[in-house]
Design a protein around this ligand. Structure first.
Ligand SMILES: [Zn+2]
Length: 406
């Protein structure tokens, strides 16, 4: 590396360590920020010589990144931004901290994918899904798909691993010359009723979809979920044992296996490593408190709330909503979520925007109880499972109350 990059790397690591020591989170954002101030090409310099996979999409990217990093671990040390710092500052910090690993798997915010592709020259880019998120500031879904399409068009050598079930992803990816399609299912379809190519309606039936006005249609998937396992491109079925709940995580595992396969890792080698992943920055963590087994599910937008309802057991469920900067200030998306799966279980609500949630639940005819503290939650449900579904900062608040569970 050039001398400036070496100095920037060293300062970046020190700043991150100081920030951690001061109790200000994991320090990756400040570390990366300082490193890039000293050497604006630092990410490019740190990425050089590594085989890199990028993982992007609206939902599931932190989990899929973690699973793909675990799978690639078969080959050697893997650098990764495991704390969800998914912008170039976080990538810079993760690579600086990891030292000279041969591999890296990086989670990338959808908006930054073009820039991070340019700077890291990845071998593989995995595209998971696109749906509405952070309504006050995020781009419209079709605009994001267009940005991805343009980004990939400039890099024909990249192997793209993309979700065949999401029309927006398929449209963004299909110009690439090396594509592996996976099928992870798509519960949320309300952002892809209109074809981004021709503007005609998209129709769906039995897991298939097609545009009624042009050639855009669901491609054949080489990797797909079946029962509690994954089918690989040769047609072999592999049992997938995960500690993470839900069909959505089987889909994330299929994606991770497809990414790892691009580096030559076989499913049979990767699968034991996937089963060791228990929680990801608190997501899916389980905590026992006064006889209650509390499970934490992070859900930030309509698509991820639908998945969370699918994962949650028939048990008392706490919903918590904040609207701080990382969450987005606009909570009107609550009206895009169908809360009727919660009809037959006790529902508690909390968080700074609990009253937005209250109005929404009333419209949906769901009885609920408003609680002010986590202790009150624990006291008001019987011993046994308690599911917690919270958006980003509400999730962090609850984690802090539960002593920073992992
Ligand atoms: Zn069309």
């Amino acid at each position: 590396m050039p001398l400036r990059a070496k100095v920037a790397t060293s300062v970046s690591k020190t700043a991150a360590a100081l920030s951690r020591a001061a109790g200000r989170g994991d320090g990756s954002v400040i570390g990366g920020w300082i490193g890039l101030k000293i050497d604006p090409d630092l990410l490019r310099n740190l990425a050089a010589g590594r085989a890199i996979a990028l993982v992007s999409g609206t939902n599931g990217k932190t989990t899929t990144t973690r699973l793909a990093a675990a799978a690639l671990g078969v080959l050697g040390p893997v650098a990764t931004n495991s704390f969800g710092a998914n912008m170039p500052t976080g990538h810079t910090s993760a690579l600086a901290k990891a030292g000279s690993t041969p591999f890296a798997v990086l989670e990338v915010d959808e908006h930054y994918l073009a820039r991070v592709i340019d700077e890291t020259n990845p071998r593989v880019v995995a595209l998971l899904n696109l749906s509405r998120d952070q309504l006050d500031r995020a781009k419209e879904v079709a605009m994001m798909a267009q940005m991805w399409r343009t980004a990939l068009a400039g890099h024909p050598d990249i192997s793209v691993v993309a979700n065949a079930d999401d029309p927006m992803v398929v449209w963004a990816a299909r110009g690439s010359s090396h594509i592996t399609w996976f099928s992870a299912g798509q519960r949320w379809t309300d952002d892809s009723w209109v074809c981004p190519e021709s503007g005609d309606p998209i129709e769906r039936a039995n897991g298939d979809w097609w545009c009624t006005g042009c050639s855009l249609r669901r491609p054949q998937a080489q990797w797909r979920v079946e029962d509690d396992g994954v089918i690989d491109p040769r047609g072999d079925w592999h049992l997938v044992k995960l500690q993470l709940p839900g069909t959505v995580n089987l889909g994330n595992a299929a994606t991770a296996l497809a990414v790892a396969a691009e580096f030559g890792v076989r499913p049979i080698e990767a699968l034991p490593r996937l089963s060791t992943v228990a929680s990801i920055a608190g997501r899916y963590a389980q905590v026992d408190r006064d006889g209650r087994n509390i499970r934490l599910l992070l859900a930030k937008n309509p698509a991820s709330w639908l998945e969370a309802f699918d994962m949650a057991e028939q048990a008392p469920t706490l919903l918590s909503i904040n609207a701080r900067d990382p969450d987005g200030f606009d909570t009107s998306w609550l009206y895009d979520v169908d809360f009727s799966p919660l009809h037959d279980r006790p529902v508690l609500i909390t968080g700074e925007r609990a009253f937005d949630l209250a109005v929404r639940l009333e419209v949906n005819g769901i009885p609920f109880r408003h609680v002010l503290s986590f202790d009150e939650v624990v006291r008001s449900v019987p011993p046994g499972r308690l599911e917690v579904i919270a958006n980003y900062t509400a999730f962090q608040d609850i984690r802090a109350e539960l002593d920073r569970v992992n």
